[in-house]
Write a protein that binds this ligand. Structure first.
Ligand SMILES: [Zn+2]
Ligand SMILES: [Zn+2]
Length: 71
């Protein structure tokens, strides 16, 4: 698999959009919110994976997007 942006060998996959990225394009990192749950006293808590590979192009939301329709 090659990088989405050039023909270099992909070294990873953007955690947010799934594009394959080479080592030149995998230099950007962004915390990835793996899951959000409601903890004690109804306090929302997030499991965050720091330094996830980010292609630098897509626009991940900083916070989980509310999806009231699934309730
Ligand atoms: Zn991306
Ligand atoms: Zn690349």
């Amino acid at each position: 698999m090659n990088c989405f942006f050039d023909d270099n060998v992909a070294r990873g996959v953007c955690r947010f959009c799934g594009r394959a990225v080479c080592k030149d394009h995998a230099t950007k990192r962004m915390p990835y919110i793996a899951t959000v749950y409601v903890g004690a006293e109804n306090t929302p808590k997030a499991v965050v994976i720091a330094d996830s590979i980010w292609c630098g192009v897509c626009k991940p939301e900083a916070e989980p997007v509310p999806m009231p329709e699934i309730y």
